[in-house]
Design a protein around this ligand. Structure first.
Ligand code: NI
Length: 203
């Protein structure tokens, strides 16, 4: 084995995801996902000072709960835990694609360009509405081993990271919906209440 190969192997080992979770739905997910109207969704989450086994266990349980609900992203406040951790997997049908774990994520820059995309949320099942956000972002975070990372994201990943970071700040996507009439109608049809929306748009 050559030196450079050994270095590559070492690098691959370092880059390896340390969380492996089955993507198959389970009958009794480990964590309950709270719904719009529950105050836990509105409490800002606290920074995580130490990334240890208990944090990796939490990430695993969040992933299992997310896969069981057929979601692509989940933030700790959605399961009643006020910590700045979120999980994302845009390829839930493919067991070979590792999920993303973001600990203490911060958006360090956003593109000037914005786009409109229909969002949904495991805390507001059945409601899908257009939200305007920056098209691409740069995010800093720690991974599941506590290693500092930076990532450029665009497309669905940028969208998903922004949606999940909002959860860490007690913000839900319905707070950002600009079409108030459609929002009221969609919420009502799915058994939710407009009074539980903290609208961020100036009227
Ligand atoms: Ni959500």
């Amino acid at each position: 084995m050559t030196g450079s190969f050994a270095q590559l192997a070492k690098k691959a080992e370092q880059e390896k995801a340390f969380i492996t979770v089955s993507k198959e739905p389970v009958e009794n997910p480990p964590l309950e996902i709270y719904k719009l109207g529950n105050q836990v969704l509105r409490n800002p989450a606290n920074r995580i000072s130490k990334v240890d086994n208990s944090m990796r266990e939490l990430a695993k349980n969040m992933l299992t709960s997310m896969y069981s609900a057929k979601g692509i992203g989940l933030a700790a406040p959605q399961v009643g835990i006020q910590k700045r951790i979120l999980v994302i997997d845009l390829d839930i049908e493919n067991p070979a694609t590792p999920p993303h774990v973001f600990i203490n994520p911060e958006i360090i820059s956003s593109s000037g360009s914005i786009n409109t995309y229909e969002e949904g949320c495991l805390s507001i099942p059945g409601v899908y509405l257009d939200v305007i956000r920056p098209t691409s972002i740069k995010v800093s975070f720690r991974d599941e081993m506590g290693r500092p990372k930076k990532m450029n994201a665009d497309g669905l990943l940028a969208r998903c990271i922004q949606h999940e970071i909002d959860h860490l700040n007690g913000i839900l996507f319905v707070d950002r919906v600009t079409n108030e009439e459609t929002l009221k109608k969609e919420l009502k049809e799915n058994g939710f209440f407009y009074k539980d929306v903290n609208t961020l748009n100036s009227k």
